[in-house]
Design a protein around this ligand. Structure first.
Ligand code: SF4
Length: 468
């Protein structure tokens, strides 16, 4: 890679424009940032639009239905832009990355010859080399092998571009759970954790650049079992609770979050961390997907509704103000009205602060897609509407319960209106209030005076009101 960088530095003083379109989850947002970082030494600078870009990367997601079709239709639009650019004598390199790249592989270039390069999630560190190969019209342009350790070793550099005061840090990748509706184990590979030393170096570097809040990412983040830091007398591996407490000691880091967790991997130490580590924010996303044990078994979730509710009760005992968020799927194959009612009952018992909910849709290659007892779309739609009405009611009630309270808000940017600032509460709610721009990047107390489904509003607290 060194030779390639030298090529760019010595011959290519001109800056090149890089447009990355990111689909899907926070893991993809993080990966897009790392791709941008790894390409920066080659002279690539971020562009807001694909028009005229030298390199376009579609960082794809395979979670939603017809994900691949959406990518092909985007590629159709890019074909026109590529042709326009070619007419000016300059090439546009088009790369498909992410989970659709992993799942579809060579099929992408067969169906869409406009694509120059296909890279799976574990090979982004090789992007400079692969792109150089494309430019030199030689070499292998398809690289979707699972080599996760190599990826993180290569991307371990703390030279991250930082956009604001919050940042994602991947600590774990992949999944061995094989829920019958999910493609992740097929696209992201087996579960793997980064060594603690590497994570600490990255978070220290982020803190030095002004980051105040880190969100630790992993498809199964609470399955984290990273190699203990060098010099740790006990050695072995650390769990997520221990990692969180360790990262909380890094100067400048004021808030820590993590996502996405699995009930099966919830341990006492992580629950205890919510009780004793004030920098761990009291907001926890714990998907359950369904409230019926029959459906949970068919989904291969390896836990029951009662076990999930027990975890929630233990979390609330450890941190009484904790806000719970979740994911729900309705209309999984075989779901009866009674099964759906069990989901509604679980939702009533948990009382979510927020929750994502979806109709089940088949993912090619997953066991769920081959199940014979698929549910009619109209029934799915009707159940989803009932579930979402209940979840909306809970979310609004949770937000309204903040009125009259004073919350510490990390201000991230100016708001939509003049003189307005926007930030996040400890419970991840968007908060808007008037205030000086100097507060951006800082945590300040806000008296909450209004609440909608999606945001809170208020005024900066005076010393007296904050103490009240
Ligand atoms: S635990 Fe999560 S990532 Fe793993 S298979 Fe299940 S839904 Fe997918």
């Amino acid at each position: 890679m060194t030779d390639i960088i030298r090529d760019a530095e010595t011959t290519g003083k001109e800056r090149k424009r890089l447009f990355i379109k990111t689909y899907g989850c926070q893991m993809n947002v993080y990966d897009s940032e790392r791709m941008r970082d790894v390409l920066a030494p080659l002279g690539y600078e971020p562009a807001d639009e694909p028009d005229g870009a030298d390199l376009v990367i579609l960082n794809t997601c395979h979670i939603r239905e017809k994900a691949a079709e959406k990518v092909y239709s985007e590629l159709g639009r890019l074909k026109t832009l590529k042709e326009e650019k070619a007419s000016t004598g300059k090439p546009m390199t088009i790369t498909v990355a992410g989970c659709v790249a992993q799942a579809e592989g060579a099929e992408i270039q067969r169906r869409a010859p406009v694509v120059d390069l296909v890279v799976g999630p574990q090979t982004y560190h090789k992007l400079p080399e692969l792109i150089a190969n494309v430019h030199r019209e030689r070499g292998e342009a398809l690289d979707t092998e699972f080599e996760v350790e190599e990826k993180f070793d290569a991307l371990a550099t703390p030279e991250r571009h930082v956009d604001g005061f919050t940042a994602f840090v991947t600590v774990q990748e992949g999944c061995d759970k094989f829920c019958t509706f999910c493609v992740v184990p097929y696209t992201r590979g087996a579960e793997w954790s980064r060594p603690v030393d590497q994570i600490v170096a990255e978070v220290r570097a982020l803190a030095a650049k002004g980051v105040r809040e880190v969100t630790l990412l992993g498809q199964n983040v609470n399955a984290f079992h990273g190699e203990a830091p060098k010099g740790d007398p006990e050695g072995g591996v650390w769990g997520l609770g221990r990692l969180v407490r360790h990262l909380a000691k890094i100067g400048g880091i004021e808030r820590i979050r993590f996502t996405t967790s699995h009930p099966k991997d919830m341990d006492d130490d992580l629950i205890q961390a919510f009780a004793d580590e004030p920098k761990l924010m009291p907001y926890f996303h714990l998907p359950v997907q369904a409230g019926s044990d029959k459906i949970l078994k068919s989904m291969n979730r390896s836990h029951t509704a009662a076990e999930y509710l027990d975890i929630i009760a233990r979390l609330r005992a450890a941190r009484p103000d904790i806000a719970i968020s979740g994911d729900m799927i309705v209309g999984f194959p075989g779901e009866t009205e009674a099964d759906f009612e069990a989901t509604m009952e679980l939702v009533r018992q948990v009382n979510y602060a927020s929750c994502f909910s979806f109709k089940y849709s088949k993912r090619p290659g997953t066991p769920g897609a081959a199940m014979f007892n698929q549910i009619d779309e109209t029934v799915k739609g009707e159940r989803l509407a009932r579930l979402q009405a209940l979840l909306t009611e809970q979310q609004v009630a949770f937000n309204q319960s903040m009125i009259g309270k004073t919350l510490p808000v990390l201000f991230e940017r100016e708001g939509r209106f003049e003189g307005q600032l926007s930030g996040r509460s400890p419970y991840l709610q968007a908060v808007h209030c008037e205030g000086p721009v100097e507060l951006i990047g800082q945590i300040a107390n806000v008296e909450i005076t209004g609440a909608t489904k999606n945001a809170l509003s208020g005024r900066l607290a005076t010393k007296e009101s904050a103490a009240a």
